[in-house]
Ligand binder design. Structure first.
Ligand code: NOJ
Length: 513
């Protein structure tokens, strides 16, 4: 892995879903000037980095993960100049911003795909993965068939309107499966570099990469995809050595080999991330099991050579809102966990105020069950909770209509609110190197179906013990370490006696040892 940009050591990210953040032109959809208007809000919370979901021209069949022009900001969000201004305003505040790079597929409306559908050979014939004839469906993949004059079926990557770009097959078996070093596959890879070059050159600080682990097809243990990213890493090292790369991959041992600086734990895959916040009995709801998560975490941590580069998000635009399963003050304890783990934490917009999952919404922009987690941000008590001055019917997704819906404004004024606690926790993290991205972690107590969860974070001389008890019962564990000073606590103080530490119900604390 290449040198990690220094700013990642202390980064706390805020994920902005641009269509739902802040609308300044009253069309019912968020926009880039709206994001600029709210940068001080994000900075005031303590976040110093942003991941913004795709903002490029798109038919929005999958919320912008179906790109029609990688070089152009979607007009509904503004212009390329607005995006450049966003980069500048972010940097003025000492913050950084990652764009969302979607390398695996485009929209069916992308001009590359339109060219690729033509019967005659052209420069884009091999840009996507096509079979030789329309009657052959690609085994193991979804496909688009019968929509082109070209005689073939096109592999799709996600929804059926997202044709897969061709980075080659690790071990091609059929005539239509091209090797990774074929001109078509190399052409796609170079086109991807050009896109990255364009936005990095304009001032973005790096990328969150969509479905980063699935580019090379029929891959053996991700070997081909790792090689592909290593090639891209070489390009970045030569031209943009400070660019930060975060992968949606979920297998840190592989993504880090590919040259990514950080990888996410995800709601799918083997991480047991869902055991924490989103399952029938989540640990942070007070009656769950954290042991499998910790077991898997340690495995990944060892494989990533203790680099602490595994990011744990509070949620994202693909998962249920945290507040759907974790209620009241238990959300504060969940954040005490998120803000004390290695790797940069990611806060999904609105999670800091406990925005709710809105039940029963009709799918918008390919959201389906995800739509309820994508509702417009609730800023204050004005029209549409301050998100937009458009009439309510025009909002592209309806808002939480509950009378007691949380708002940023009310929570900022209340020292006991979730937002105030999150702000405090971020400040504590940023004041202690041991709690940041690269501090070591050693688990002290993470037993099956038991509470609390306890671990030590350390960096050089600093050692901080973290104890979390989101259950409704007092909990104890034996421990040879003696907590000295309290760095942070909520819900009550621990007692330490004869090698046993006891922590009250619904409480959490960080203690110097
Ligand atoms: C992962 C993204 O987070 C999700 O929103 C999208 O639908 C798929 N990748 C396809 O790009």
């Amino acid at each position: 892995m290449s040198r990690q940009p220094k700013w990642l050591d202390n980064a706390v990210f805020y994920e902005i879903y641009p269509q739902s953040f802040n609308d300044t032109n009253a069309d019912g959809i968020g926009d880039i000037p709206g994001i600029i208007e709210k940068l001080d809000y994000i900075r005031e919370l303590g976040c110093n980095a942003i991941w913004m979901n795709p903002c490029f021209d798109s038919p929005f069949g999958d919320a912008g993960y179906d790109v029609a022009d990688y070089y152009k900001v979607a007009p509904r969000y503004g212009t390329n100049e607005d995006l450049k201004r966003l980069f500048d305003e972010v940097h003025k505040r000492g913050m950084h911003i990652l764009l969302d790079l979607v390398p695996g597929h485009t929209s069916v409306e992308h001009p590359w795909f339109k060219e690729s559908m033509k019967a005659g050979r052209n420069a884009y014939t091999d840009r996507y993965v096509w079979t030789d004839n329309v009657w052959e469906e690609p085994e193991g993949f979804g496909s688009l068939r019968g929509i082109s004059e070209r005689d073939g079926s096109c592999v799709v990557n996600f929804f059926s309107n997202q044709p897969a770009l061709n980075y080659g097959f690790y071990k091609p078996e059929k005539s239509w499966q091209q090797p990774m070093d074929s001109p078509g596959a190399v052409g796609t890879r170079e086109a991807l570099k050009d896109i990255m070059r364009f936005w990095l050159g304009m001032g973005c600080d790096g990328f969150r990469v969509d479905m980063a682990g699935s580019l090379v097809k029929q891959d053996e243990d991700s070997k081909g995809t790792i090689l592909l990213w290593q090639n891209i890493r070489e390009f970045l090292d030569a031209e943009f050595p400070d660019a930060a790369m975060v992968s949606e991959w979920g297998e840190p041992d592989k993504s880090l080999q590919g040259g990514f600086h950080m990888d996410f734990l995800l709601h799918f895959g083997p991480s047991h991330y869902n055991d924490l916040f989103r399952c029938e009995k989540p640990f942070f709801a007070g009656e769950g099991d954290v042991s499998a998560f910790v077991g898997k975490y340690i495995e990944n941590y060892e494989k990533s050579e203790h680099k602490g580069l595994i990011c744990i998000p509070s949620g994202n635009h693909d998962m249920d809102r945290l507040a759907r399963t974790i209620h009241g003050d238990k959300q504060k304890i969940a954040f005490a966990f998120l803000m004390s783990m290695p790797g940069a934490p990611f806060i999904y917009y609105g999670d800091e105020i406990g925005m709710r999952y809105v039940e029963g919404l009709t799918s918008v922009e390919g959201g389906y069950s995800r739509t309820g987690s994508r509702t417009p941000m609730q800023w204050d008590r004005s029209t549409n909770a301050g998100f937009s001055t458009a009439s309510k019917e025009l909002l592209y997704i309806p808002q939480d209509e509950s009378a007691d819906r949380p708002t940023a404004q009310a929570q900022m004024a209340d020292p006991d609110s979730l937002r105030s606690e999150v702000k405090k926790l971020i400040a504590v993290r940023q004041a202690h190197k041991a709690l940041q991205s690269c501090g070591e972690i050693d688990f002290l107590y993470a037993e099956k179906n038991a509470y609390p969860l306890a671990y030590v974070r350390s960096m050089e001389e600093e050692k901080i013990m973290v104890i979390l008890n989101p259950s409704d019962k007092e909990a104890s564990f034996s421990c040879g370490l003696t907590p000295t000073e309290t760095v942070y606590s909520i819900g009550g103080e621990i007692t330490a006696e004869a090698g046993e530490i006891t922590i009250p119900a619904n409480s959490a604390g960080y203690y110097r040892i």
